[in-house]
Design a binder for this molecule. Structure first.
Ligand SMILES: *Cc1c(COP(=O)(O)O)cnc(C)c1O
Length: 466
């Protein structure tokens, strides 16, 4: 573009028009979408005019162009964009929790792209019930009397509280008034659901008599909340679900557990904790249990509810259910996931299960494979970064199984500019890689990396260290 005219006294006059700037941006970035170029051209010219008004100095047009191109590229990227999860944390909240199975993705795509029998019974031609088949599969998997699914687990809790206890009292232990992931706070949800919270016990100890003493004519529900993201140790007493159900049964008050996370295949025999299997919570006496679709279950974001028919039907009839319902893409992905759980090889079909149940041999082989590729790249680059294969332990994450860790294999990177700087470089590489730090090393944990991702991971590292 032409330099600003030296005879022009007002530097604002030297700025190009939006159209001229867009034309120049298009010339330099022919693949960038025009809407993005137009948007950044407007923003950048406004900013430049403001800056001139503030300091009166002329603007370097090349700077404006370079900044515009960077911002247009950023604006045109898909959001959220894909990243490689090398943290080993299978249900990483910041990385979108459960990755969906390929089959579930195809099911969601099909449902999204065309018409479907979402609410039509094809055999009668009459109106059908959205989600009926998902509910049926949840019942088959859990052995519960009834089941339903809503938008997420927070919605399930809200709907259950509103249905069972609106305007009445709900008793919760002070040890379970938890906050999960910053925005889900049990007391706040209860307030919004219009129920009166009756806190019993203390942070570390709650006894059966605490519940007994709090029960009155207005008590609608006994609530148990899974602690999900922390542990209490030491001088601790909690009323178990069985005991709580016994108290509820004696007083004719239902017991509802917000379990947060659970799998519908029984992982307990594979060394996972006893509260990882929601159906067992019903056997222990809960009337209703809810948990997330995109945590241990390995499906899309959803709130899954299993329990007594009477309660589930009342929840489905609640006008709030309409506001919390699942969309057709999620429903299709959830249906596919539940079918895979009913099928012969859920551990192969569902990525979360594949990651959680990966054998030490598989993990070691993958780590050695990755290390080999990285060594080659680093050698070519003449880098000082050292590569080593090591064992480590990592949590499952995503508000699941606090205090429970899995043995894993990692590729440790040491030396160079240090782990923090290396981590930052990897995050801004292509594709972005998120790893975890331990002491002086940056660890690439292969539990959450598939064999197909080894190549892009090595390529991203090479780019980052260039
Ligand atoms: C994760 C979790 C929630 C929130 O679930 P979403 O599916 O994210 O809405 C609520 N309660 C507990 C105990 C949890 O662990």
């Amino acid at each position: 573009m032409n330099p600003p005219s030296p005879v022009n006294p007002d530097p604002r006059r030297s700025l190009p028009s939006v159209d001229r700037l867009v034309a120049e941006l298009e010339r330099r970035a022919p693949d960038a979408p025009r809407w993005a170029l137009l948007a950044v051209a407007r923003d950048q010219l406004r900013e430049a005019r403001d800056q001139i008004a503030r300091d009166g100095a002329a603007i370097d047009l090349e700077n404006v162009i370079a900044k515009s191109l960077r911002q247009a590229a950023r604006l045109a990227e898909p959001a959220p964009g894909p990243v490689l999860n090398a943290t080993g944390v299978v249900l990483h909240t910041n990385l979108g929790r459960a990755p969906l199975a390929e089959g579930a993705v195809r099911a969601a795509t099909l449902a999204a792209a065309g018409y479907s029998d979402l609410e039509l019974d094809l055999s009668t031609g009459k109106r059908g019930k959205r989600g009926a088949r998902v509910a049926d599969k949840l019942v088959r998997l859990s052995g519960a009397e009834a089941a339903t699914a809503v938008n997420n687990n927070a919605a399930a809790v809200m709907l259950a509280l509103d249905t069972l206890a609106r305007g009445r009292e709900v008793i919760v232990s002070r040890g379970e008034l938890v906050e999960i992931g910053g925005s889900f706070r049990v007391p706040d949800i209860m307030e919004r659901a219009g129920v009166r919270l009756v806190e019993v016990g203390t942070t570390n100890r709650t006894h059966p008599r605490d519940y007994e003493n709090a029960i009155g004519p207005d008590t609608a529900l006994l609530l148990k909340v899974h602690r999900s993201n922390f542990e209490v140790r030491g001088f601790v007493k909690e009323v178990g679900l069985g005991e709580l159900a016994e108290i509820g049964g004696r007083h004719g008050i239902p017991v509802f557990e917000d379990l947060g996370s659970g799998s519908l295949i029984d992982l307990r025999e594979r060394g996972f904790p006893r509260d990882s299997y929601p159906p067992s919570r019903l056997t222990e006496g809960a009337d209703l249990v809810c948990f997330s679709g995109d945590k241990l279950l390995g499906g899309p974001q959803a709130g899954l509810v299993i329990g007594k028919s009477e309660i589930v039907e009342a929840m489905n009839r609640n006008p709030l259910a309409r506001a919390l319902r699942l969309d057709k893409m999620t429903l299709a992905a959830l249906d596919w996931t539940l079918s895979a759980l009913l099928g012969e090889r859920p551990e192969q079909d569902i990525p979360v299960l594949a990651s959680l149940l990966a054998t030490p041999d598989t993990l070691e082989r993958r780590a050695r494979d990755l290390a080999e590729r990285l060594r080659k790249c680093l050698e070519v680059l003449g880098s000082e970064v050292q590569v080593a294969c090591e064992t480590d332990r990592a949590p499952v994450g995503g508000g699941s199984l606090p205090g429970f860790e899995l043995d894993t294999w990692v590729v440790a990177l040491r030396g160079g500019e240090g782990p923090e700087s290396l981590a930052a470089r990897l995050r801004s590489s292509t594709p972005p890689v998120v790893a975890r730090n331990r002491d002086d090393a940056l660890l690439l944990d292969v539990r959450t990396i598939t064999d197909e991702q080894l190549d892009p991971l090595a390529a991203s590292l090479e780019l980052a260290l260039r």
